[in-house]
Design a protein around this ligand. Structure first.
Ligand code: GAF
Length: 476
């Protein structure tokens, strides 16, 4: 079956993944930096997903599919304004081990949760009754997530431990733990792409999920779950959908099943990532271009400084920022802030209150910085983009007000100790910063950040490097 294909992409999604190991740069300094390039043949998440699947079903999966998290190089909160972004997929991946079942039920298990969740496929439309509605702009905080329960306990790894799982929780329509809304929401969104008469042809499926994408770090663990699940279901259900349609299904799951009013950057980055390159995405047309980054050739590493401060886009400031942007576009009489240029800003200042004006200024200038970064990378290479990264962070700190003291400290200290550029990455209010750092300086910058966090009384950060990596694939 083939449904609703989007126009061909300008780049294919193939590419070798260098599989650089995630290494916390601890006190071992230079020796830890040397270990960065040890390459595992099978990602740990794949093995963990397989083990969990066996514990769940007592049999082998038909296959294991995985999709990466992402770091955003530049272009923050521009995606839902129809603007430009420049993220790259990272080597951290989420794996989904899956197999069709003889009945019409879907069961999902995850190393994030103690118990699997099982529902009839036909009940997905009851569980996520917003089916058919377009992703809601600026959905109030909570939104669809009011139907969800949030798991209260710390993550557990029953599959990895090899123990038997408790029996499935047969959910009442209208309630599902939040983690399960991601894979179930993807299944629901994929079914919604199919003509009603064909929906009955879907077989049930068991899915076991494991991930090494840090959660709550702004590295898109959710898009990785969505990408792994949609890639698995695309093959098992024989849908033949292309990566852009799968990205759209993932975004729909996030917006409507989970209730987070996000844009499409993360899903596109996960689905279209390529080794050593960023995904330059026009969020209005969904056209993409692969932009070579050349970090390794330039002797540069992307150091992630995860503050450990958790964020969630289904609550709080994310939706408020989005609402500000939409007020700005409405006041200026344009469909989206993408259509506002820097020359329009004086008029925006007259029409908007001071806070909304600063929100608009961030988005308008950030779009320009993305375009400039793409041009500078091509003309002068990665060492030349540092100032743009720094300007992006200042705009998020001062105009969009989504940074936090931990992120500002991470950026300031990294720059003071020789980083070429640094900025917070992702939705903000927590999560991680990225710093572009000479390979040999990684241990010293890491130590300086750790010391500054300790001195400020912040929780110890988690430091590791990420490598631009390839998109989804079948691993087993
Ligand atoms: C989160 C969202 F999911 C993205 O859509 C994007 O808006 C990002 O925050 C901010 O750039 O990752």
């Amino acid at each position: 079956m083939t449904f609703d294909r989007t126009p061909a992409l300008s780049d294919d999604t193939a590419g070798a993944d260098p599989s650089v190991t995630d290494t916390a740069l601890g006190d071992s300094g230079a020796s830890a930096a040397r270990r960065l390039r040890s390459a595992p043949t099978v990602p740990a998440a794949v093995t963990a997903a397989e083990s969990l699947f066996r514990a769940l079903t007592g049999s082998d999966p038909a296959g294991v599919w995985s999709a990466p998290g992402r770091a955003n190089l530049i272009g923050e909160h521009t995606d839902y304004n129809d603007g430009f972004v420049l993220p790259f997929a990272i080597q951290h991946r989420t794996a989904a081990a899956a197999r069709l079942r003889a009945d019409g039920r879907i069961r999902v298990a995850s190393t994030f949760a103690a118990e699997p969740v099982e529902v009839a496929l036909d009940d997905l439309e009851t569980l996520f009754p917003a089916a058919g509605a377009a992703p809601g702009p600026a959905e109030p905080a909570g939104g669809a997530s009011r139907r969800l329960e949030t798991p209260g306990s710390a993550p557990q790894t029953p599959g990895a431990a090899g123990g038997a799982l408790p029996g499935p929780v047969d959910e009442q329509p209208g309630t599902v733990p939040e983690w399960a809304a991601y894979p179930l929401g993807v299944a629901w969104a994929l079914r919604a792409l199919v003509p009603t008469w064909a929906a009955g042809t879907f077989a049930g499926v068991d899915i076991a999920i494991a991930s090494d994408v840090p959660v709550g770090a702004g590295l898109s663990s959710s898009a990785a779950i969505e990408g792994a699940t949609s890639t698995a279901l695309n093959e098992l259900w024989g849908l033949g959908l292309d990566p852009v349609v799968l990205a759209q299904a993932g975004r729909r799951a996030e917006n409507e099943a989970v209730g987070a009013p996000t844009g499409i950057m993360d899903q596109m980055a996960s689905m279209l990532g390529q080794a050593d390159a960023a995904v330059f995405l026009d969020c209005r047309s969904l056209e993409t271009r692969s932009v070579p980054l050349g970090f390794a050739e330039a002797g540069l590493e992307v150091l992630v400084i995860d503050t450990g401060v958790k964020h969630a886009h289904s609550t709080g400031g994310y939706g408020e920022r989005r609402a500000s942007c939409e007020r700005g576009a409405a006041a200026l009489g344009v469909p989206a802030l993408r259509d506002v240029t820097p020359a329009d800003l004086p008029r925006a200042a007259e029409l908007l209150d001071e806070v909304d004006f600063r929100r608009v200024r961030h988005v308008v200038t950030e779009d320009q910085r993305v375009l400039e970064t793409v041009a500078v990378l091509a003309a002068d290479g990665p060492r030349a983009i540092g100032e743009l990264l720094v300007a992006s962070h200042a705009s998020m700190r001062d105009d969009f007000e989504i940074s936090i003291p931990e992120l500002d400290t991470a950026v300031d200290v990294a720059l003071a100790h020789g980083a070429v550029g640094a900025r917070m990455t992702g939705g903000g209010f927590g999560g991680a910063a990225i710093a572009l750092v000479d390979h040999d300086l990684v241990p010293a910058v890491s130590e300086a950040v750790r010391a500054a966090f300790a001195e400020a009384g912040f929780a110890a950060p988690h430091l590791f490097t990420v490598t631009p990596s390839s998109g989804p694939r079948r691993d087993v």
